[in-house]
Design a protein around this ligand. Structure first.
Ligand code: PHE
Length: 355
């Protein structure tokens, strides 16, 4: 037997007595069994990695036995080498098998964790309902339809002419400043805008059908406003327009009064207060009185200005009429007891479900 080199003696494990082949065979069988057992009881990839290091790593018993082969005699060397190869092959196969099992297990656990339970909503099937602004708009339409009005519509993106020009706001007129207008970058500068009120629908109706006219036009309006409890840059109005022969301010007052009791109910009355709008003359704000005597400012109204009739191709000598317009959102808030306008824009089901 050759003297072990210093290198070999460092790693050699059989320095004292030469183990018998039988003893090594037994030990390797035990090592293999122990490794298999430990791999199979590993329940996570990191745990399996630890077991791998322990049984196949540089400081494993198997590596030590291999390291000692050099110090064995020739015949033993070959036999032990074969035994070691067989053992490490079995151990590696056991490792790979467990690795694959754990990977599959971990993937399905992950899938399970990430899965979405689509049956969740089936517990309670809800058909939903219209938003309270829609409910209010429809209630208003019902009342006015009952009074003989038809529902008209117009675009939310308007021309400067429909929103201002035809409504008797001359270019540069200070009354335009009352409306914090959002302009659209389209065509000539300031020629296209988001409608600041529903009044352009008056113009669209009068330019597209001959009198007599009786329409209401509910819809979205836009102004450059910062959102708070009582303001929103997007809000809703409903416009009313009636054109016929011999229409007077008395008809306007009577119509507002009839609407007030039909919509709000018994005990509610209305009043007109002098005001100013370029497109009505005379103009009036109208208020609603609640049964407790308190007043609620609702909107603007007035007799359609002759200039507006003329701009729309209607002869002011033959026809006259009145118009009114008011916000829908505040009515919805009062009707449903909401005290922050911003709540009307929430998608929160806990809020929406209440109505
Ligand atoms: N359009 C006006 C506004 O938004 C309200 C109004 C409508 C006034 C019709 C008179 C006639 O302030």
């Amino acid at each position: 037997m050759n003297e072990p080199t210093p290198e070999q003696s460092k790693s050699a494990q059989f320095t004292s007595a030469q183990p018998t082949l039988e003893a090594l065979r037994l030990e390797l069988a035990e090592l293999t069994q122990a490794a298999e057992h430990e791999f199979n009881s590993a329940i996570s990839s990191p745990q399996l990695q630890q077991a791998k290091t322990k049984h196949l790593g540089k400081s494993s018993r198997l590596a030590a036995i291999r390291g000692g082969i050099g110090s064995l005699d020739k015949q033993m060397r070959r036999e032990v080498g074969q035994l070691c190869n067989a053992a490490s092959h079995t151990i590696e196969v056991a490792l790979e098998t467990r690795q694959a099992e754990l990977l599959k297990l971990e993937r399905s656990t992950q899938l399970e964790a990430e899965s979405v339970d689509l049956t969740e909503v089936l517990g309670e099937i809800s058909v939903g309902h219209f938003h309270i602004i829609t409910q209010t708009r429809r209630a208003l339409e019902d009342v006015f339809c009952g009074m003989g009005y038809q529902v008209a519509e117009g675009p939310e993106i308007e021309t400067e002419w429909h929103n201002f020009g035809a409504l008797n706001f001359p270019q540069g007129h200070p009354a335009r400043d009352m409306y914090d207008t959002l302009y659209v970058d389209w065509g000539k500068p300031m020629s296209t805008l988001l409608r600041t009120h529903t009044s352009p629908v008056q113009v669209r109706t009068m330019t597209s059908q001959p009198p007599p006219i009786a329409v209401v036009a509910p819809g979205r309006c836009f102004r450059r406003d910062t959102a708070d409890a009582t303001h929103m840059p997007v809000f809703h109005q409903i416009e009313g327009l009636l054109i016929d022969r011999d229409i007077s301010l008395g008809h306007l007052a009577g119509t507002i009064e009839a609407f007030t009791s039909a919509f709000f109910g018994e005990g509610f009355t209305s009043r007109l207060r002098p005001s100013y709008f370029p497109f009505t003359e005379p103009s009036a704000e109208f208020d609603i009185q609640r049964p407790d005597g308190s007043w609620l400012e609702l909107g603007g109204s007035g007799m359609v200005h002759p200039n507006v009739l003329e701009a729309c191709g209607i002869d002011p000598q033959e026809w006259s009429g009145f118009a009114f317009g008011f916000g829908i959102d505040r009515l919805a808030m009062i009707r449903y007891g909401v005290d922050d306008l911003r709540d009307l824009w929430t998608g929160d089901m806990r809020f929406l479900k209440q109505f």
